[in-house]
Design a binder for this molecule. Sequence first.
Ligand SMILES: Cc1cc2nc3c(=O)[nH]c(=O)nc-3n(C[C@H](O)[C@H](O)[C@H](O)COP(=O)(O)OP(=O)(O)OC[C@H]3O[C@@H](n4cnc5c(N)ncnc54)[C@H](O)[C@@H]3O)c2cc1C
Length: 394
Amino acid sequence: MPIRYQVVVAGSGPVGSFVAASLANKGVETALLEKNGATLPICTGIIGVETEKLVPIPAETICSRINSVRMNVAFERELVYSNPGTMAYVVDRQSFDHSLLQKAIASGVHYLEGYRVKKLSFNPPNTVVITVKNEKEEEKIEANLLILATGFSPTLLKEAGLKGYPGTVEGVQTEVELSTDTSIIEVYFSNALVPKGFLWVVPISKNRARVGLVTPEKGMKILKEALNKDFLKERIKEREPAKIRMRLLPRGPIPETYGNGLLVVGEAAGQLKATTYGGIYYGLLCGECAVETALTALSLKRSTKNVLSIYQTQWENRIGEELREGARWRSLFESMSDEQMILAADIIGGDGIFNKVKSVVKFDWHKDLIGLGLSYLKRHGLSVVNRSISGRAS
Ligand SMILES: Cc1cc2nc3c(=O)[nH]c(=O)nc-3n(C[C@H](O)[C@H](O)[C@H](O)COP(=O)(O)OP(=O)(O)OC[C@H]3O[C@@H](n4cnc5c(N)ncnc54)[C@H](O)[C@@H]3O)c2cc1C
């Protein structure tokens, strides 16, 4: 007889642990399957303070507290956004993830480490049979619902009969000895430095920082070259920087995040910010929607595609417009030459407009800022036309 749960959550990243804990707290018999166990995720670990409304952020997981973002535009201009208080934390992902997993286990979640979800099949109206592989063998687990929170998972999505991501970018990162202000994130925009992307220097202590970038391709090579450029080389104390690590990130959400007996959430569903590719906070927000839908399906004793489709509506109501506006900004930004970026920085940074823009800045919500920014640029002749920018400032 296969083991049976009401809900199986696959993936013990922040989103999977959060979803599993939330379900168990509502009295749902929940299993959390993790293929790897404690590994160090490739992530900068920046989370806005709003995240604390959803999950606790234990003090011991926090490396630094951020109150300013310094944006360097093509090494010619600088825009600084500061907050009187902390706007974001930089966490140690391994201990942050561990704290959420411990919370899930304490809530009654049955945690199975070394279990990889491979396949699923659905028996209507509410049984999903999950084929899992552990160290020794393949086995079957039954549940009313499977929630995939497995991070970037093109193969698993295909196996589940779902369409894949609209594209990918490379996220690349290393840690270096570098003296820095622990309250400031530095971001560098320059097509010459990072084509169609950006580079960051994020403090984790006074003497150590995460340096990384996102770009469509050749990210490892681009980061290696950047570390040897004067603006970084002169600051890096450690001559041999630590290993550079890369992984792919979805460039947007998959078209359908549900199927028969199945919900997909977090990075697995492509629920990342379109502007920064931050995935933790939006994943948790969508996780709340997945929990709500799961509870409805359990109460109806039906986990058919039809019933589960409400999840898509719910999460799109929460972050859909953010993702669309973010993609609009991204298509303008990615088409800009360095000269055009400088021009844009002058328009936004000049004559007090940046101060006005600042009033709508929220660390995790960019739609209003994008709307205002794009309207200023358009007024000055810079706008999105056929995915390229046209015109010049008057
Ligand atoms: C360089 C870089 C920097 C980033 N910086 C930030 C940042 O500063 N802030 C931010 O918010 N986001 C950042 N992100 C994105 C962020 O790391 C992810 O979006 C986030 O980890 C998503 O969480 P998740 O729980 O959805 O998935 P994950 O954290 O990826 O967890 C998925 C889990 O599922 C497990 N798994 C996978 N397949 C299976 C399977 N078949 N069966 C069982 N288990 C499985 C994995 O082992 C993993 O433990 C960054 C990404 C990169 C690449």
